[in-house]
Design a protein around this ligand. Structure first.
Ligand code: NAD
Ligand code: TYD
Length: 363
């Protein structure tokens, strides 16, 4: 299907691309890939720098000529309209979101504001700018497999699985996906959506399972396992997600959805024990030391039993396949956190928040 008529975006033309949420975990990897690979693109990274945004993630590309950081909130209509009018973004890759399920349980409204209203503000700005001619324009919405709800012991999420979100996070992402599709149908706005499984890798905020547990092991703190630990997630190395986003952006068909995942399911407790043993090995402690930190705690309300992605469409149509095995990806991830202890400590101490003031000379 990848004939030229299906391509949304011509790689050789110069263009202005807005990437939202680029100071976050996945966004920073996408920004790096695009800034380094496409010197003919100017990449604008729009980020509010919430607790999850960390410009230290982008130290290495911050001074590139084809990169500009814009500090702003996607829910701020006036600001968003002003930057669309100023920079005339040819395409948007939208990652900015509130992304942590546990926070969505304690503060659901914040998720509706950012994930739903923020997406709407971007959609409106993009539609209003190009409505007279959408040729070679694209709105790429980055979403999650959690919109499909929970699987039982068997089965996989395909692109046609019905939406059935269970957490305020997944409900807000599902809602934003629907609005993107609705803009495609109603205003003929070109779009693609991808729904990816759980990511892991460098620069992930240590509130999500893998970096939280690495950090806790380093500080000899307990490892809080929700419920009986028999929940299953499908893990993908973040760089493989960024590579998939590049492919979908350039070769994905208009108005299509692509599921992204590594066919890599792990029950939480099995993954946690593997992580503990790998950490013991790296820290030269007797195997079994870190496992002693495992503590079963009260379950997360509405905890989805199992996520698992059928990634055959992106594999068959765009030729994407993960570049690393889970064993390799997990080892690279652990090595990164051990080598970047300062990054972790800056987050734990809150020092990372001062980076923007230092870099951008603001009070
Ligand atoms: P993250 O929480 O690490 O980063 C989110 C970024 O968005 C941060 O830099 C934050 O400052 C920014 N942001 C938040 N609210 C904003 C606002 N109102 N205006 C501007 N910027 C704002 O998230 P992540 O894990 O990198 O996820 C990125 C995207 O990928 C999200 O849309 C998420 O739903 C999706 N996704 C994540 C995963 C995963 O496993 N992490 C899997 C599939 C899909
Ligand atoms: P998480 O990284 O929060 O991702 P998501 O909820 O989006 O899948 O959690 C991954 C799994 O690990 C999930 O089943 C919840 C579980 N978990 C724990 O058992 N303890 C924890 O402290 C965290 C953060 C997650």
């Amino acid at each position: 299907m990848t004939n030229s008529t299906n391509k949304q975006i011509n790689k050789s033309a110069s263009k202005n691309i807005l990437i939202t949420g680029g100071a976050g975990f996945i966004g920073s990897h996408v920004i790096r890939l695009f800034v380094e690979k496409y010197s003919n693109y100017h990449i604008y990274n729009l980020d509010k720098l919430t607790y999850a945004g960390n410009l230290e993630n982008l130290n290495d590309v911050a001074s590139n000529k084809n990169y500009t950081f814009l500090k702003g909130d996607i829910t701020d209509e006036t600001y968003i309209n002003s930057i669309f009018n100023k920079y005339k973004f040819d395409a948007v890759i939208h990652l900015a979101a509130e992304s942590h399920v546990d926070r969505s349980i304690t503060n659901p409204l914040e998720f509706v504001k950012t994930n739903v209203i923020g997406t709407m503000v971007l959609l409106n700005a993009f539609k209003n700018l190009w409505k007279n001619n959408f040729k070679n324009k694209l709105f790429y919405h980055v979403s999650t497999d959690e919109v499909y709800g929970s699987l039982g012991e068997t089965g996989l999420f395909t692109e046609t699985t019905s939406y059935d979100p269970n957490s305020p996070y997944s409900a807000s992402k599902a809602s934003s996906d629907h609005f993107v599709r609705a803009y495609g149908e109603t205003y003929k706005m070109p779009y693609v959506i991808s729904n990816c499984s759980n990511n892991y890798g460098a620069n992930q905020f240590p509130e999500k399972l893998i970096p939280l547990f690495i950090n806790n092991i380093l500080h000899n703190k307990s490892l809080p396992v929700y419920g009986d630990g028999k929940y299953t997630r499908d893990w993908l190395y973040v760089i493989d997600h960024a590579i998939a986003i590049d492919l979908v952006f350039h070769k994905g068909k208009n108005s299509e959805t692509y599921n992204i995942g590594g066919f890599n399911e792990w029950q939480n407790i099995v993954l946690i024990k593997l992580l503990c043993d790998k950490m013991d090995e790296k820290l030269e402690k007797p195997i079994g030391t870190s496992q002693k930190l495992i503590t079963f705690i009260k379950d997360r309300p509405g905890h989805d039993l199992r996520y698992a992605i059928d990634a055959s469409k992106i594999n068959k149509e765009l030729g994407w396949t993960p570049s690393v095995t889970f064993e390799e990806g997990l080892t690279k991830t652990i090595d990164w956190y051990l080598d970047n202890n300062k990054w972790l400590n800056n987050i734990v101490s809150g020092n990372y928040k001062k980076y923007y003031e230092r870099m951008y000379d603001v009070q």
